[in-house]
Design a protein around this ligand. Structure first.
Ligand SMILES: [Zn+2]
Ligand SMILES: [Zn+2]
Ligand SMILES: [Zn+2]
Ligand SMILES: [Zn+2]
Length: 208
């Protein structure tokens, strides 16, 4: 009887130990009905792949370590000027991603500014009364040249022959010649004097 009691108590102790150990066995993984959750180790960037693995929160097991997450390819582009444009020459630029350093659109043109720094200009052809002159301006930065007209000069009749000394045009209506207006003035005055005499005639002054 004493012997049987001892066996029972040992059995009971063994069962209790087993009951206590069962959850431990379950957590060991063999008995877990895993719930896999993807866990990110390294976030992907626009230019570099990320890394992730699967994790079971019930038992803490992991699998698929080092699985790649593709790069997003969503770059943040910014223009970088390789050669600045000048007034007369176009420049070059390209785009660089500020996050990963990837580049694209190499050799994109920048239009020339056109803001030349013109010098005082040199007379290439003197103006006359018959033809405009030409002034040539040169850009101090790029050497571009631009021609502009110089206004014609006025006709001149210094010898008083009624013709321009330079081009020979008749200057009867010019400043130094007899103007059409002055001819009308003279004719008008002539008739006015006659009219005054006729008036005198009829007011009887003539018969005094
Ligand atoms: Zn699990
Ligand atoms: Zn990028
Ligand atoms: Zn220029
Ligand atoms: Zn002239």
């Amino acid at each position: 009887m004493k012997h049987t009691k001892r066996i029972l108590s040992v059995l009971l102790a063994a069962m209790m130990l087993l009951v206590c150990l069962v959850p431990a066995f379950a957590e060991d993984g063999a008995a877990c009905n895993h719930t896999w959750i993807w866990t990110i180790d390294t976030e992907p960037t626009c230019g570099e792949a990320g890394v992730q693995h699967q994790y079971c929160p019930a038992c803490g097991s992991t699998q698929n370590e080092g699985t790649e997450i593709p790069a997003t390819n969503e770059h943040t582009w910014e223009w970088t000027v390789d050669a600045a444009a000048t007034c007369g020459r176009e420049g070059r630029q390209h785009e660089t991603c500020t996050v990963c350093g990837k580049t694209r659109s190499q050799g994109t043109k920048i239009a020339a500014t056109g803001n030349h720094s013109w010098n005082g200009g040199e007379v290439s052809r003197q103006p006359t009364c018959a033809q405009v002159g030409i002034m040539v301006y040169t850009c101090a930065v790029c050497g571009n040249q631009e021609a502009r007209d110089i206004d014609k000069v006025a006709h001149a009749d210094n010898d008083g022959n009624g013709q321009c000394d330079s081009c020979g045009i008749s200057m009867a209506t010019g400043n130094t010649g007899v103007s059409l207006k002055s001819i009308f003035d003279r004719v008008g005055n002539f008739f006015w004097q006659i009219w005054l005499r006729i008036q005198k005639l009829f007011t009887g002054e003539y018969f005094k």
